[in-house]
Design a protein around this ligand. Structure first.
Ligand SMILES: NC(=O)c1ccc[n+]([C@@H]2O[C@H](COP(=O)([O-])OP(=O)(O)OC[C@H]3O[C@@H](n4cnc5c(N)ncnc54)[C@H](OP(=O)(O)O)[C@@H]3O)[C@@H](O)[C@H]2O)c1
Length: 313
């Protein structure tokens, strides 16, 4: 495994981390039995993965992760979880924040969480959330309930990364969970340089998601993007639009997607939201293998570099 320092947290994290949300929701949305998900977590640890991301909002993911890690030394893993500070733009009370953090500790069955994140903060809610919750969050940190503070963006509702423009300016966060992929790479301009500048650790989400794991969805997204003039009609083929990436050591689009994300120097860890052990093994092999050829990185940038829309969701 390759380890990177997650910005100012100083935590050494594996370049691939496990995400317990997303389309599979740790197998809960795709019918993977818990025992197989637990087997996958143990395989991830055997492969050297030490970073796990979850949330109070991912159904039973925190509980399943807590069970999977029961006999794994606490010092061997870095645990990140989140709370929704304003579901449906209604800011919750300080008591609800405290209850959510306490519930996460209980469900994960740990004494402290390594990174507590504000979950999917909409740019329009950002200021109200900070005003309402920073004092509570600072108190929880002082009480030792978590070590570092992070924030994640909404991605699909914030294609220009406006929330991070505010959060990085405020400079109160140790980590940033950012949507960044081959076909939605605009964080490269809008977020990642400032993260490097401020030494904020970056956790990459949505590197593959649906568009790069389901060929029909990719074709549809590319066709729509052409119709809307977001990308040039002749920039990529209509059929199998990213098939040209698959050669030599690049075996699949998910492989290409994880390689692409890990290539950016700001990124500490790239989450894989798989609940499938074979996919996990392939994804780890891909991220640890050679990077995408530079000519392919250049072509991807010329096709998608200015598409300020979340094509990759
Ligand atoms: N706002 C937020 O805070 C936010 C939003 C989104 C995500 N997240 C976090 O980021 C994590 C990762 O996000 P994501 O779900 O977008 O992850 P992802 O790794 O980009 O995509 C996961 C999807 O790709 C499929 N996949 C993965 N590897 C594959 C392979 N080798 N072959 C075929 N299909 C493959 C998975 O299906 P299989 O299970 O079949 O492999 C799953 O449907 C989440 O779990 C969550 O922790 C946070």
């Amino acid at each position: 495994m390759e380890f990177r320092t997650l910005g100012r947290t100083g935590l050494k994290v594996s370049v691939m981390g496990i995400g317990t949300g997303g389309p599979s929701n740790f197998g809960q949305s795709t019918g993977v039995p818990e025992k197989d998900v637990i087997r996958m977590v143990h395989r991830a640890i055997d492969l050297g993965i030490n970073f796990f991301d979850t949330s109070a909002a991912y159904r039973e993911s925190e509980v399943i992760l807590g069970r999977a890690l029961r006999n794994v030394g606490r010092e061997k893993v870095v645990l990140a979880t989140k709370f929704h500070a304003a579901p449906d733009s209604i800011v919750i009370s300080p008591e609800e924040v405290i209850a959510s953090v306490d519930r996460s500790l209980k469900r994960l069955d740990v004494e402290t969480i390594d990174i507590m994140q504000f979950h999917g903060v909409d740019p329009g809610d950002y200021r109200r959330i900070m005003d309402a919750h920073m004092p509570t969050v600072i108190k929880l940190n002082e009480q030792g309930k978590f070590r570092f503070l992070g924030i994640s963006e909404t991605y699909s509702r914030d294609p220009r990364h406006d929330m991070f423009a505010m959060a990085l300016k405020d400079d109160m966060f140790d980590s940033a969970m950012v949507g960044y992929s081959m076909i939605s790479p605009t964080a490269k301009k809008a977020v990642l340089p400032e993260c490097l500048n401020k030494n904020v650790g970056v956790i990459c989400m949505v590197a593959v998601r649906r568009a790069l794991s389901k060929p029909d969805i990719l074709m549809q997204r590319i066709s729509d993007a052409k119709k809307r003039g977001l990308i040039a009609r002749d920039s990529v083929p209509d059929e199998d639009p990213l098939g040209w990436l698959l050669r030599d050591h690049v075996k699949s689009l998910p492989s290409a997607g994880y390689k692409f994300a890990a290539a950016h120097p700001a990124i500490g860890t790239v989450l894989t939201g798989t609940a499938n052990i074979e996919h996990l093994e392939a994804n780890v092999a891909a991220i640890l293998g050679p990077p995408l050829p530079s000519e392919d990185m250049i072509r991807l940038n010329s096709v998608f570099g200015e598409v300020w829309e979340p094509l990759g969701n």
